[in-house]
Design a protein around this ligand. Structure first.
Ligand code: NAD
Length: 539
């Protein structure tokens, strides 16, 4: 029997409705850590509003058998769905974006309450990203997944083409920082590609996944096609072991390594979207007003909990002081608070969970002890899980704050001799997800961009390519393997199969088939010399 939450009028958990408006509330008790560890009830995980500490609901911590059952359900649904034409699949997925927009207020409300982010971030970085991704792939998937002919350069009498076949069940393991956009973008792409999906949301933000499932079902898509496996890390590990055909993992490098090993053991292909440490290189000729605005937003949006956040700034020394002054002016003008309060005008919300706040505070403290100066902020905020928007100067490359992922609202700024030094320091990292270059000289900016070891380098802009579904998203080095979004990401959700066929019949057999004759050998050798040896006129 499904457990009932005494605070709620309906059962909760996978397969059950989620009435956000009916979520009960309680004042912040100060025991946020205990709540997030799910100590309220054995086998349940409590979700809370990080800005207030108010519990929002709780979900089951699913075990191996339950996860297997979800995979089996998704597989049964996927078998039928994979037989539906691609055009029809696109037509039906398009409805998801319409339902999302109809119920936008409800989704934004929960994203702000469970994720701690501002309403504008919830709308712009979560809902609109998914709605546009749906619109893009619904329009372009038929082209991207159409059979692709291959012209054969040698075997002229034969033809080849690729075709893209649904893999079956895609397991999606998601983080908490974009609890709607990341898993739902991936899930909807997987469904367009003809697959079923089992999503393991972060244990920090499970309710958003349950609401997303509700929207999915309300769109008229087959109810069993998307399954939500709530739980902690063990549930994610169980998902990889439950017979999925592909794993899309987004999370930390440490967990990514475990996921890669588990997938390797089972020979399941996977995409790994891991951490980032995005450098911003600011040239002497940069438009400093734009650079400062971009760096402030790119470092502080979503309280810095973005894998593509500006995490280190290398600015040429001539313009260092002016850039710092501009970034500090912006940071000090920002209003921080609980964005879930009706009508609140807030620029910066809460950090999503207590462990992340502790990590950020520890990194800032260590940097200050090692000689960094706090140009703005540097402290925890009052009430919930807030950390002030922070600008650090006098940082050095050997400080942890310049080497470890911060994942918080902190912008360390370092003066460099010139652009060459900036590029060298930008590349001095084990991570390589996003990077940014600021310069007015378009050609030079591109040359610098091409020298940076990152999956994506943006010039005079930050973060926004995640909202451009036609562009690939993913990193180099320890930032991950594979790409989401783009034609590459969509095709990865399919098996790429190759058919080779006869265009022109050469009779009963090819010349190189049995029997092997001395004359055939001589003919083949002559042909090989003609094809691959020096041309007669070159000899
Ligand atoms: P995390 O690695 O702690 O957890 C991610 C997910 O993995 C969670 O759902 C968790 O329950 C699950 N998990 C934990 N152990 C597991 C195991 N052994 N097997 C399977 N699943 C397991 O990461 P997080 O703290 O939720 O997210 C923050 C990290 O995610 C940051 O490093 C950030 O940079 C990264 N991230 C990357 C991208 C990207 O696109 N590259 C996007 C968002 C976040």
């Amino acid at each position: 029997m499904t457990p009932r939450d005494p605070r709620r009028s309906r059962p909760i958990g996978p397969g059950h409705g989620l009435a956000v408006s009916k979520l009960a509330s309680r004042q912040y008790s100060g025991d946020m850590g205990a709540a997030q560890q799910g100590t309220a009830a054995v086998g349940r995980i409590v979700s809370i509003n990080p800005a207030t500490g108010v519990p929002l609901g709780d979900v089951p911590d699913l075990g191996e058998a339950e996860v297997r059952a979800l995979v089996a359900k998704a597989r049964a649904a996927a078998e039928a769905w994979g037989g539906v034409s691609l055009d029809e699949r696109c037509r039906r997925v398009a409805r998801f974006a319409e339902v999302l927009m109809e119920r936008a207020d409800e989704v934004i409300e929960l994203v702000t309450r469970e994720g701690g982010k501002t309403r504008q971030e919830a709308l712009g970085m979560e809902l609109m990203v998914v709605a546009d991704l749906v619109r893009y792939f619904v329009r372009h998937a038929p082209k991207i997944l159409a059979p692709e002919p291959i012209r054969l350069h040698l075997f002229k009498h034969r033809g080849s083409y690729l075709h893209f076949v649904p893999r079956g069940v895609i397991g999606i393991i998601a983080p908490w920082n974009f609890p709607f956009a990341i898993p739902m973008g991936e899930a909807l792409m997987a469904v367009i590609a003809g697959n079923g999906v089992v999503l393991k949301p972060s244990e920090v933000t499970p309710l958003i996944a349950l609401l997303a499932k509700e929207l999915f079902d309300a769109s008229g898509l087959p109810a069993d096609l998307l399954q939500i496996a709530t739980g902690r890390g063990a549930t994610g590990a169980a998902l990889i072991d439950a017979g999925i055909d592909y794993c899309v993992f987004t999370g930390s490098v440490a967990t990514g390594k475990r996921v890669a090993a588990a997938c390797g053991e089972r020979l399941i292909p996977c995409t790994l979207e891991l951490g980032g440490k995005a450098p911003a290189v600011v040239c002497a000729d940069a438009d400093l007003e734009r650079a400062a605005n971009a760096i402030a937003w790119g470092g502080l949006a979503n309280s810095g909990q973005v894998c593509a956040s500006v995490e280190r700034v290398y600015v040429v020394k001539e313009v260092h002081d002016e850039l710092v002054a501009r970034v500090v002016a912006i940071a000090s003008s920002l209003r921080q608070g609980d964005a879930s309060v009706e009508g609140a005008e807030v620029d910066l919300g809460a950090m999503c969970w207590d462990r992340q706040l502790e990590h950020v505070a520890a990194l800032v403290d260590a940097a200050v002890r090692a000689g960094a100066k706090v140009a703005h902020g540097g402290q925890r905020g009052k009430g919930g899980l807030f950390f002030q928007p922070t600008v650090l100067t006098d940082v050095r490359q050997d400080m942890e704050i310049m080497r470890k992922e911060i994942f918080g609202p902190v912008i360390p700024i370092m003066a460099v001799r010139d652009e060459d030094q900036a590029i060298e320091l930008a590349n001095d990292s084990h991570l390589g997800l996003l990077a940014y270059v600021f310069s007015r000289d378009k050609a030079r900016a591109r040359r610098l961009a091409e020298r940076i070891e990152a999956g994506t380098v943006m010039i005079n802009d930050v973060l926004s390519t995640y909202a451009a579904p036609e562009t690939p998203w993913g990193g180099v080095k320890m930032s991950g393997i594979g790409r989401t979004h783009s034609a590459h990401g969509l095709r990865d959700l399919c098996q790429t199969r190759h058919v080779n066929y006869e265009r022109l019949s050469l009779g009963a057999k090819e010349i190189w088939w049995y029997p092997y004759k001395a004359q055939t050998y001589k003919t083949l050798l002559r042909a090989a010399r003609l094809l691959f040896g020096k041309r007669p006129w070159q000899r």
